[in-house]
Design a protein around this ligand. Sequence first.
Ligand code: SAM
Length: 259
Amino acid sequence: MAQDSLADGGRTDTHFGYRTVPLDDKQRMVDEVFHSVARRYDLMNDLMSLGLHRAWKDLLVSRLRPPRGARPFHLLDVAGGTGDVSFRTVEAGGPTTRATVADINGGMLAVGRERAASLGLADRVEFVEANAEELPFPDKSFDAATVAFGIRNVPRMDKALSEMRRVLKPGGTCFVLEFSRVDVPVLDAIYDAYSFKLIPGMGKLVTGDADSYQYLVESIRKFPPPEVFAEMMRTAGLRRVAWTPLTGGVVALHSGVRI
Ligand code: SAM
């Protein structure tokens, strides 16, 4: 059976939404999704989440606690796309808070660079084209690492988690914000109907691409439950692993520390 990145040993298949695909094909398929939606990605995020992604990201930033004083703080925002988490972090922190957005998709990064320029943050947020599975950064170089709504798109999630741990300074925290399991009766049925009946149609209207949004809702359902993902974080060498369900479990904020 295809496993979405529990361990690498001998796997040749994985999930692309509800389809089983060769592991080596998934990244190309994911890249097509984000190339297709890049220009409308931020608008669709607001529509799809009814604006809630802003509150979830703000909570992430409040847990990051970027220093407001002169202490330097450098965030690595993996699969950071158009830069949302990075912008919020540098805006919350002091003048020496910086962020590096690492994303595999040049289309998403291009939108991010334009946003950085229009927000006047181009000198504090840099954009690097990089695969989360092989981060082009030295060991122990970042104060914190985040990945928001990105890890489920990475074919080898175990590698991405190990890489995030590797580049963290000892004592630094890795935060993963990701869709999770709704555990509130009635809300789960509403959420299912909303996801499968409305979101692909909304995606078609706004981006002209229903299939990409069908993939996005399916990939959410294939993401492991929080206790399984927490074990993956431990296997990657992170410690003090914990998670907080948000909005009835629609999303969870996971964290783990590099000791
Ligand atoms: N973090 C941003 C946010 O919260 O708005 C963007 C999230 S978007 C749903 C997922 C991102 O994951 C896309 O920008 C995509 O290009 C990126 N991605 C997918 N596979 C990746 C990989 N192997 N390495 C780095 N980024 C990847």
